[in-house]
Design a protein around this ligand. Sequence first.
Ligand code: NAD
Ligand code: UFG
Length: 335
Amino acid sequence: MSLLITGGTGYIGSHTVVELLKQNQSVIIVDNLVNSSIKVLDRIQTITGKTVTFIKADICDAKAMDAIFNEHKISAVVHFAGLKAVGESNEIPLTYYHNNVSGTITLLQIMAKHHVKSLVFSSSATVYGEDNQSPLDESMPTSATNPYGMTKLMIENILFDLAKSDPQWSIVCLRYFNPIGAHESGLIGENPHGIPNNLLPYVAQVAIGRLEQLQVFGDDYDTHDGTGVRDYIHVVDLALGHVQALAKLPQLTGCHAINLGTGNGTSVLEIVEKFEEISGKHIAYTIVSRRAGDLASVYAKADLAKSLLNWQAQRDLHTMIADTWRWQSQNPKGY
Ligand code: NAD
Ligand code: UFG
């Protein structure tokens, strides 16, 4: 039996594949490479000494997905495939709804047809919307402020309805906080196309000299230094959260939403300071006005993952930034 990993050549997917291979799991990746590089596969092999089956296909392509389930014995699916840029989702909402929501429905229909009813889904802390106070816990009301967030919320709701309709499904929606860092080998990491939207890849590219200076989006938030506070989590810890979720799935019938965060908040300026200390590079920055849609402070209550999955983040901020810097300095132009 194999695990099917949609979006497995992407940032979080590739790190999860490494951890699954390390546990001797048989893994099949399906990815259309819209936001990832085929080179990831060689890097995964170098790290693990194991090969992984790769199928280039789109999750929206029912025929191709059906063929995968016909040809392979799949026990469970980890579903990372999706588009994830908040700003872009405002510009091309139909593309986001089609790719993320319709693509997931297609995947679920094919899974049901082949009686594969175990799923781990990549959700996001974005489903907490803007009305809840951190620490955010899973019982809080959900909402969305942009099409990307809405796709995550719609998919969660679809998954809750599906599990209600058929008790054979076991589903875990993992609500990620802010994944950063890279594998300790420096061989795989986050590889954004164009100018990064997220803080860490931006800071790393300033440090390496690809970008001139960071724009800090606002220093007048109600936080200890006025800049935005987030719950950064090492991508390998996140990957291990998926390993644990898969292990616990048989006992977790129904659909469960679970935070994957550290429970700690770090400000933008703290990140800049730590990055300078670890890389030995100066990070030039300028304070500009707030970015539309940003919140002051977002961090997790991380207790449910501990009790349901026996999982807790282990890697500290120093490791997260040191690993980000190793990846960036060894791969200054990405893959
Ligand atoms: P990523 O873009 O690196 O990985 C996603 C992968 O999915 C890519 O390899 C892409 O090529 C593939 N893909 C996209 N649409 C596809 C389709 N229709 N068919 C087949 N493959 C497709 O992103 P990531 O950071 O690894 O994120 C993985 C998942 O986690 C996404 O669903 C994302 O929304 C979610 N998530 C990410 C973050 C984050 O900050 N990185 C936070 C919360 C949730
Ligand atoms: N920031 C800057 N300058 C930048 C980029 C970011 O100051 O160039 C600040 C932001 O204002 C925020 C913090 O750095 O305070 C983190 O911003 P990111 O863009 O890295 O992360 P977000 O928390 O805004 O977004 C992340 C994911 C989204 C997800 C959201 C909610 O990238 O996909 O968390 O969970 F929707």
